[in-house]
Design a protein around this ligand. Structure first.
Ligand code: 2P0
Length: 323
């Protein structure tokens, strides 16, 4: 059977940084994200009896991708099939913006692959499965805000995401500033591992991110945007601080990233509630209210050409175009 699914990227307000189990992709800390409406992956999976290996085509190009191959093996084992699949994926992100994400990719692949096998999995089951492709994909199963619970069990059965309600969903925006479209020097997987193994700041990061998460949950349920922004910004800086303590030290900051942070602080000084966050790359995401998004975009466009306004997006969906 052939099925197509669509999943959106998400940006963490409380970051996932560090694994407690590399193989099962179990995180050392819980994380919290906002799914975005602008960037998504659309994936079609067809299980076939005439293939002797999976075929993966991304944006029209046939690829060998170790993460995808490994993930398809997990699916074959879990759902007891011996068939291989044709996987055709499209990333709907601005070309060469460095915004394509493994979160939307593995969320869409999980939904399409299991639907094509005839399963109608719950979001919890999908989240657990997507997590094994890429950790952050566990959160892209849901729209709006989601929390990925780190869980405590060794088999990972309690490590999945769930949605979190906040009345800020309709007011919050993210203005994404594309600093560089170059492939990152240190992938998040490698960066995380190095941080866990060598950074003396990692223990402090884990302790503080638990506190940040509790503070963030309270701020989101109270609808306190300023608190949400402050907590997200400090959490991101704490995550990035761990990389400077790694051996060898590394950073995702580039001069332009720092310049944008200064602009955000300057806008804040001038009365616009705006806060920044960054992931495993130099792009900066400005967390703001919808009413200020245009003004922030205009200001950032003075120094950077690609600036995108995003709002809360939807969770993963199997779409009806294969019947
Ligand atoms: C996050 N990042 O919470 C954090 C913040 C990057 C910085 O999740 O190894 O691609 O596949 O589980 O999910 C990026 O890491 O890593 C990420 P794997 P993933 O969004």
């Amino acid at each position: 059977m052939k099925k197509t699914a669509v999943a959106h990227t998400n940006i963490a307000l409380i970051k996932y940084w560090g694994k407690r189990d590399e193989k099962l992709i179990l995180p050392a800390n819980s994380s919290l994200s906002l799914t975005l409406d602008q960037f998504y992956t659309k994936t079609t999976v067809e299980w076939r009896t005439d293939l002797d290996a999976d075929r993966f085509v991304l944006d029209g190009e046939e690829l060998q991708d170790a993460k995808v191959t490994r993930f398809m093996e997990i699916i074959r084992k879990q759902f007891a099939t011996q068939q291989y699949a044709s996987i055709v994926s499209e990333n709907h992100v601005p070309t060469a913006a460095g915004l394509a994400s493994s979160a939307s990719a593995f969320a869409a692949l999980s939904a399409a692959a299991t639907a094509a096998l005839g399963y109608d999995l719950s979001n919890e089951e999908l989240s657990k499965l997507a997590r094994q492709g890429s950790g952050s994909a566990s959160r892209s199963i849901y729209g709006d805000f989601a929390i990925w619970e780190k869980g405590a069990l060794a088999d990972g059965s309690d490590s999945f995401a769930h949605p979190l309600h906040s009345n800020l969903t309709k007011e919050i925006a993210m203005v994404v500033a594309v600093v560089s479209d170059k492939k990152k020097k240190v992938s998040s997987r490698v960066g995380m591992k190095s941080t866990v193994e060598t950074s003396p700041f990692f223990t402090a990061w884990i302790e503080r991110s638990a506190v940040d998460l509790e503070d963030m949950k309270r701020a989101l349920s109270a609808g306190d945007f300023v608190k949400v922004g402050e907590i997200a910004e400090r959490n991101a800086m704490r995550m990035h601080a761990t990389t400077l303590g790694a051996e060898p030290p590394f950073t995702y900051f580039q001069p332009l990233s720092l310049e944008i942070m200064d602009i955000v602080r300057e806008m804040r000084h001038n009365g616009i509630p705006a806060y920044f966050t960054m992931d495993a790359g130099p792009n900066v995401k400005v967390i703001c209210l919808r009413k200020d998004e245009q003004q922030i975009q205009t200001r950032l466009k003075e120094i950077i050409s690609q600036v995108y306004i995003c709002h809360a997006g939807e969770g993963v969906k199997v779409v009806n175009e294969d019947e």
